[in-house]
Design a protein around this ligand. Structure first.
Ligand code: GAR
Length: 185
C-alpha cells in the first residue's frame, strides 16, 4: 500500500476530494491529514471520513516533532492542499521529490508569500487576465518555486468577480489534483 499524507489549513475541499478519490483503492490510501488548526474544517472532514488527523503548532513544524510524526506514517507522497505555512528545510530534505503543492494560478504568475486563496483570484481579476488555472509543483525552500509537474488553464473572460474565478479554479482542482497524485504514485 502506498501512503498519502495531506497537509491543509482550512476548508479542506481538496483534501476531502482526494480522500474520497482513493477511498476504495487497493494500492493507494490517504493515511493522515496534518493541520495547523484544530478547528479547521479539514480536520472535521477527515475525521468524518475515518482518516487520522494530526494537529500541530508552528514550533512543532520546525523543531522536528512534525517530522517524526510524519515518518511514523511512512509517506510515499506528501500533499499540500491549501497549507499556508512555509515547509521547513528539514522536512523537505528528508523527503526529496515526495512533497507537492497545489497553487490556484498559473505559476510563476501570482505566486509567492501572501499569494493564497482569494488573494490570488483578486489579483488575477485586477490585472484583467483572460485566463487563469492551477499549478501542481514540487515543494522546495522558496514559496511556489519548485519544479512544475502539471498546469491546466481556463478562460475567465466571462468572470466579473473573484468568486467567479475561484469557482472555475476550484473545478479544475477537483478534477485534476487526485488524478495527478494517482499518476505520480
Ligand atoms: C485551494 O484553492 C488551493 O489551491 C489554495 O488554497 C485553497 C484551499 O482550498 N492554495 C494556495 O493558495 C497555496 N498558496 P481547500 O481548503 O478548500 O482545499
Amino acid at each position: 500500500m502506498q501512503h498519502i499524507v495531506i497537509f491543509a489549513s482550512g476548508t479542506g475541499s481538496n483534501a476531502e476530494n482526494i480522500i474520497r478519490y482513493f477511498k476504495n483503492n487497493n494500492t493507494k490510501s490517504v493515511v493522515a491529514v496534518f493541520s495547523n488548526h484544530s478547528d479547521a474544517k479539514v480536520v472535521e472532514k477527515a475525521k468524518n471520513l475515518s482518516v487520522e488527523t494530526v494537529v500541530f503548532t508552528k514550533e512543532e513544524l520546525s523543531n522536528g516533532v512534525v517530522l517524526s510524526k510524519l515518518q511514523a506514517f511512512q509517506p510515499d507522497l506528501i500533499v499540500l492542499a491549501g497549507f499556508l505555512w512555509m515547509f521547513p528545510t528539514r522536512i523537505i530534505q528528508h523527503f526529496p521529490s515526495k512533497i507537492i503543492n497545489i497553487h490556484p494560478a498559473l505559476l510563476p504568475k501570482y505566486g509567492g508569500k501572501g499569494m493564497y486563496g482569494n488573494h490570488v483570484h483578486q489579483a488575477v481579476l485586477e490585472q484583467k487576465e483572460t485566463e487563469t488555472g492551477i499549478t501542481i509543483h514540487y515543494v522546495n525552500e522558496q514559496y511556489d518555486e519548485g519544479k512544475i509537474i502539471f498546469q491546466k488553464a481556463v478562460s475567465i473572460t466571462d468572470c466579473t468577480t473573484f468568486e467567479d474565478i475561484a469557482q472555475k479554479v476550484h473545478q479544475l482542482e477537483q478534477e485534476y489534483f487526485p488524478k495527478v497524485i494517482d499518476q505520480l504514485l
